[in-house]
Design a protein around this ligand. Sequence first.
Ligand code: OGA
Ligand code: MN
Length: 327
Amino acid sequence: MSGSATFSFTAVETLYVDTCVEGPDRTTVRRLLASWNSKAFRPVVVPSRVVGVKITPVSVHVGAEVSDVDLRALTAEQAAELAAAWGEYGVLFFRDQELEPDDHIVFAEHFGSIDVNKFFQKVESHPQIAQVLKEPDQKRNIGSAWHTDHSYDAEPARGSILVAREVPPTGGDTLFLSVAAAYDALSDGLKTTLLSLRARHSNEHVFGKTSEHPKQLNGRFENPELTGGAEHPVVIKHPVSGRPCLYVNRGFTTNFVGWTEEESAPLLEYLYEHTAQPEFTYRFSWEEGSIAMWDNRSTWHFAENDYHGHRRLMHRITVAGEALASA
Ligand code: OGA
Ligand code: MN
């Protein structure tokens, strides 16, 4: 607690001095008390433990809205609270934040190092930030199929932090779902089969030279020669929550290891249909200053493409992750 108190000056009668546990804050408190009678206001001293961030779940299976926090001035304690909530809820949403690109980077680094995406165009002044953009005259958007980011890497990114810079007047929502809840809802028989499988993930068909996506996305992807893939267990043990999570996705999974793509397709298709059931999902509507940070291991996301004729610009930072173990 030492040194982590937050001070605010209000006319409120309350003084939380007794909740200050230790350290130099007590000295500051004494100084404030000394000037108490000469001021028109009373000092209110609230240690960050008391301030706490407010975390409100937004649906049964996925997502929580976080309020009472300024992400530009996050304490280590608040960051730890957010990290725990991130693991628990899969996606955290924030409103009315004012993060400049530099602040976005500082915020992301509370949760790990930055895993710079090789394929997305970067914000020119800040190459750690990927640009997720659709112009008014463009028809395709980025991310309009259920997927999770970076599953094609041997150490897939822990999560992505998306900041809304310009949003259309309506539309442009992002849907999220819980692959932990989807897994839980499967039969024991299918769970047992899936626990024995690994799957291959690749980005060649998305970002590679032969892919149609980069052409349709008018230069919004780059470096088609840097494509690759990786294998992961089909059911992973979530590194934070320990929950089993179904770890295949329509965007990047190509086949079960040891199975052909043709053999894999029907079971993968079943899993995609099962997982995308509305009961596992939550829809988030963006405003400027909104932020969503999602965990790539426990969620999928889907970017709606229903705002033709308007510009939508988002900034994304991807936080580095780790190799994934089987559940
Ligand atoms: C992404 C993505 C969703 C969106 O940035 O990885 O899929 O709504 N974006 O822009
Ligand atoms: Mn994505």
